[in-house]
Ligand binder design. Structure first.
Ligand SMILES: [Zn+2]
Length: 228
């Protein structure tokens, strides 16, 4: 998909979030592989060699980078690392996820989205190229609809304030927040009594806030306000 679509689609869920910049960065990151290929064609081949001619002679590593960045396998590995060391950044990775999802049906052949690379390096779906104006038209029309819906919802939310009832988007955000923060809710229900066992070393609890590293046993049970 074109880079503007990737940014605009990623901007829908990230618009009001603290991880907006990172989310947008992850949303365009996979096409860094494509940028390298374009640079190779522009700078690494004779001037009159066009794109299709240049591709077969291209160093294989460029395609490996492209496929690797468009793979859920890579994303999964990165997600595990992020969850362990910087879980607050985890929602931003959905920008990357959205990018791959968008590319799967609109790429084919040479640049078919190998979404399980390198486990299944030849698996991709033969889609309609995003260069087709019909694909772009549908995508941008859908973007307009989604943005209008989103803006109207936010305005309504501002007007109604406390009378606003959480809708499916709010509920989704709450679930995502709960999953990421992994707050030990049961500990609070004990009303200050001795708190039994709560999972130790919760990912992220020692990651960024205090970071001293020695309080993981003492601080394991306190519900955290992650400031989000
Ligand atoms: Zn892409």
């Amino acid at each position: 998909m074109d880079i503007f679509s990737h940014v605009l689609w990623a901007y829908v869920p990230f618009r009001n979030k603290l991880w907006r910049d990172e989310g947008l960065l992850f949303a365009v990151l996979p096409d860094f592989g494509f940028l390298l290929i374009i640079l190779y064609v522009l700078l690494g081949t004779p001037p009159l060699v066009d794109f299709p001619q240049a591709l077969p002679k291209m160093p294989g590593v460029l395609l490996v980078i492209y496929f690797t960045l468009h793979s859920f396998v890579t994303l999964g590995v990165v997600a595990l690392i992020v969850w362990k060391y910087k879980p607050k950044l985890l929602p931003a990775l959905s920008g990357w996820f959205i990018h791959i999802m968008m590319d799967i049906p609109v790429h084919d052949g040479y640049f078919g989205t190998r979404f399980l690379y390198p486990l299944l390096p030849d698996l991709y779906i033969s889609g309609i190229s995003w260069v087709d104006y019909r694909v772009l038209a549908v995508s941008y029309l859908a973007l307009v609809i989604v943005y209008i819906y989103s803006l109207r919802r936010e305005r309504k939310k501002r007007v109604l304030r406390k009378r606003w009832k959480p809708d499916w988007i709010d509920r989704f955000h709450m679930k995502a927040d709960a999953l990421i923060n992994r707050k030990p809710i049961r500990a609070r229900d004990d009303k200050g009594g001795s708190v039994g066992r709560t999972p130790e070393g919760l990912p992220g609890e020692d990651g960024e806030g205090t970071g001293q590293g020695e309080d993981q046993s003492a601080g394991e049970v306190l519900p955290q306000d992650d400031g989000r």
